[in-house]
Design a protein around this ligand. Structure first.
Ligand code: FA5
Ligand code: MG
Length: 449
């Protein structure tokens, strides 16, 4: 079959890596110019500013409104651009990724601000989907958000006439707090498309006599056979990419998944530090997305890797917070390491965590409350000293109907030990802020000194 023979993964497997000229930033002269397409620029002081009433991001001003929930905590992270930081494992991984996908048109989108339309609607994400809410997404204002995934750029690349491409960027989410979740992380999006001819089929669509219904195996119009061939190409590409980065010695499994913009959909999990770690979401692109961009007679796949997760497995980095540290112990270890070098990170033995619980009564009418509100507040007040926050109790009092939640917070620095007294002051600040911002009643305040 042509697509499998034509795929250059077999030579990457052997380690023959060519620097591809097409990975230079700008599309060839015949390609239409892409909106937003720019180099990975340094994000300077003037690139992002944050005052009481407004923001500037990528040189453009935004006014705060009732949707605004971007916090000052994010500002230094948005400015940093780890993808171009010298000796940074994410920069190494980004370079290795470009080498693997060297026959994909590579695009960079430096500006992380996108519209809800591009981030959600263009990907068929329903209006009532939880990911659109202020609970999950960082809004600058009603019409501008920090991109929540690199899939947002599918619409930009497709509109510009490309249906085989790669992009890598920083993305932002209000999310859980643990060793593998961070509010700012990096994704790599790849997209590939096939004609019937490329799949060695006479047609990619169902026959006239076949019922045009969606099944677990395929969308309404694409045939099972075309879908299966593209699935096989997608999964082989992902498995080869992971082997290209990690060698052969890792355990993985495929899991069925759901995304509004692909069907069928899957996730790949890799066994890491005693747990299954999800590293990529992918699937067969909804035909409507192609048709909306005037692409017909093609069937496509798309994938979105979490770069931090892959880098954690690749270099044995135990905690996602380490990517943001300014600790020289971290950077010195990556000095002189090339994008294709194997390296095992030497962790400083972890300090003991300080663990405090916080329980509170939520106000009446708390339907809009989300645990992400609390996680985001913990990040704002405690920064990266919060290693893990767990919702350990959630109940409604049978008589008063009041709802109570209890969170267990693990405080631990990656760099230095913390004293109980210091942790208590931070814990107290979180208690004050959660009362002030969300009108909750904290039930277990720390005793006054
Ligand atoms: C997505 O973001 C989809 N856009 C992926 C996709 C692309 C599906 C194309 C289909 C087609 P998901 O939310 O699962 O999916 O995130 C993708 C990956 O990002 C995850 O597998 C994980 O590796 C990483 N990731 C997600 N949330 C975080 C987080 N908070 N911190 C670090 N990495 C994360
Ligand atoms: Mg997922």
């Amino acid at each position: 079959m042509r697509i499998f023979l034509a795929c250059s993964n077999s030579c990457k497997f052997l380690g023959h890596i060519l620097k591809c000229e097409r990975n230079l930033m700008f599309p060839c002269a015949t390609s239409p110019p892409l909106r937003q397409q720019v180099r990975y620029l340094n994000r300077t002081e003037t690139w992002f500013s944050f005052t009481e009433n407004d923001f500037v991001v990528c040189g453009k001003p935004y006014k705060k409104d009732e949707w605004t929930n971007v916090t000052p905590y994010l500002v230094p992270r948005i400015k940093q651009n780890l993808l171009i930081k010298k000796n940074h494992p994410l920069a190494l991984l980004s370079e290795a990724t470009k080498r693997f996908f060297d026959d994909y048109k590579f695009f960079e989108f430096n500006d992380p601000v996108v519209s809800p339309h591009d981030n959600f609607d263009s990907l068929l994400i329903p209006k009532n989907h939880v990911s659109r809410g202020t609970s999950d997404t960082y809004y600058l204002d009603k019409n501008h958000i920090l991109r929540t995934h690199t899939s947002v750029h599918q619409t930009h690349c497709l509109s510009a006439g490309h249906d085989k491409f790669l992009c890598i960027a920083d993305v932002y989410r209000r999310d859980a707090i643990d060793k593998t979740h961070y509010p700012c992380f990096h994704q790599c999006e790849a997209f590939d498309s096939f004609t019937a001819d490329q799949l060695s089929l006479s047609n990619i669509y169902k026959n006239k006599d076949q019922e045009k219904i969606r099944t677990p195996k395929s969308q309404e119009n694409y045939s099972d056979e075309a879908t299966a061939k593209v699935e096989q190409h997608l999964k082989k590409t992902i498995e080869n990419y992971v082997r290209f980065l990690l060698g052969k010695d890792f355990e993985f499994k495929w899991v069925d998944a759901y995304f509004p913009f692909t069907h069928p959909s899957w996730e790949l999990e890799i066994f890491f530090n005693g747990n299954w770690l999800e590293v990529v979401g992918c699937g067969i692109v909804e035909e409507k997305i192609l048709l909306d961009h005037n692409v017909s007679n093609k069937i496509s796949w798309a994938l979105g890797f979490g770069l931090e997760r892959i880098a954690m497995v690749r270099y044995a980095i135990p905690d996602v917070r380490l990517f943001w540290t300014d600790d020289t112990n971290f950077f010195h270890q990556f000095t002189g390491i090339g994008p294709m070098d194997q390296y095992t990170f030497k962790e400083i033995p972890p300090f003991n965590p300080c663990i405090n619980d916080m329980s509170f009564w939520l106000p009446q009418n708390s339907e809009n409350w989300s645990p992400n509100d609390f996680y985001d507040l913990c990040r704002s007040e405690a920064g990266d000293l919060c290693e893990y926050v767990e919702l350990i109790d959630d109940y409604v009092h049978p008589k008063t109907n009041r709802r109570s939640q209890c969170y267990r917070i693990f405080y631990r620095s990656c760099q230095s030990p913390l004293t109980k007294a210091f942790v208590n002051t931070i814990h107290d600040k979180i208690a004050q802020q959660v009362e002030k911002q969300y009108n909750v009643e904290v039930r277990n305040k720390l005793p006054l000194k």
